[in-house]
Design a protein around this ligand. Structure first.
Ligand SMILES: O=c1[nH]cnc2c1ncn2[C@@H]1O[C@H](CO)[C@@H](O)[C@H]1O
Length: 307
């Protein structure tokens, strides 16, 4: 089967790096665009370049916006480690990012691969929102947008908000209302279907090759944090989103909703899902159930059969 074209938009830390690696296996990845989020911006760029170099992916890294639209957010080094990848002491990558801005790269690539390009947004949506504001026609040219973001009610960052939507709720609102074909993978769904528990962690550890070593190192702090504060193994939200995008037959249930994002007060970043279609419109599908075993199989086989 011909590989589909995709850009992965990433605030590159821990699981993002694995999502990049998986996306490079699943798709013809034409770019990695970096956006403000998880950890210090410079570290995110470094982590993306390191991932490309480590796995010899040959994919350009485009630096994007280094803050959300409103500029109010916090990085979460406590989740991912100080450098974003479990404090793994990595060498400085030789690769350099592209000189083209991520927003311009998204617009240009949407023309080069018109009607074929998919966006794997495992990040706050700032780059995509700004690309849309610069060129509304990207909506017609981009085939599909996969979004990891939003929580129904169990916020991982505030009582109600998931991190990616919380970092840039204005951007999320812009993207959701732009008219893209959107599928959302929300936090609770990833919590249920993208957990790497002790058994699977040990299995990955025992592979002991280049990719498994990478996985264990970059996700070390994420695992400790998830165990301590969320009471389960590490949640691989971004990897699940990329895998679902590659093989949508893993989606066992999804439903179309009108989805908006709260931008005010203590509920900032909350995903508002019109469950009973009170608004009489829809703008996105939300994934509700996933074949977890398939996800684990994809992950394990791609870690086993690496370099
Ligand atoms: O506590 C956390 N667990 C997992 N991912 C997190 C956490 N905090 C921030 N992220 C980041 O935000 C998205 C998920 O909400 C993911 O994209 C991940 O990179």
């Amino acid at each position: 089967m011909e590989k589909r074209y995709a850009i992965i938009d990433s605030d590159t830390a821990s699981d993002d790096t694995i999502a990049i690696y998986l996306a490079s296996k699943f798709f013809k990845l034409v770019g990695i665009t970096i956006v403000a989020g998880n950890v210090k911006f410079e570290n995110q760029i470094r982590n993306a370049l390191f991932t490309v170099e480590y796995f010899n992916l040959g994919i350009p890294v485009f630096v994007g916006t280094n803050r959300p639209i409103m500029g109010k957010w916090k990085t979460v080094e406590e989740v991912h480690g100080n450098n974003g990848i479990g404090d793994w002491n990595i060498p400085e990558p030789n690769l350099k990012p592209s000189t083209e801005h991520a927003i311009d790269a998204i617009i240009r690539l949407s023309k080069e691969y018109e009607g074929e390009l998919e966006i794997l947004a495992v990040s706050p949506l700032t780059n995509l929102a700004l690309a849309y504001l610069k060129d509304h026609n990207i909506v017609k040219r981009i085939k599909k947008v996969w979004i990891m973001g939003g929580a129904f009610s169990r916020g991982n960052t505030t009582q109600i908000a998931e991190y990616n939507f919380w970092v840039d709720p204005e951007a999320a609102e812009i993207v959701l209302n732009a008219g893209f074909d959107i599928t959302i993978v929300p936090w609770e769904v990833t919590e249920e279907y993208a957990e790497i528990n002790d058994d699977i962690w040990k299995k990955i550890e025992s592979i002991k090759n280049k990719a498994s070593t990478f996985f264990i190192n970059v996700n070390k702090t994420l695992r400790e944090y998830s165990k301590k504060y969320e009471g389960h193994g590490s949640i691989h939200t971004d990897s699940l989103t990329v895998t679902l995008a590659y093989d949508p037959s893993m989606i066992l249930e999804e439903k179309e909703f009108n989805v908006t994002v709260e931008t005010c007060s203590t509920a900032r970043g909350a995903m508002l899902v019109d469950w009973y279609n009170i608004t009489k419109t829809t703008n996105a599908k939300i994934v509700l159930k996933v074949d977890k075993q398939k996800f684990i199989n994809y992950l394990l086989s791609n870690l086993e059969h690496s370099a």
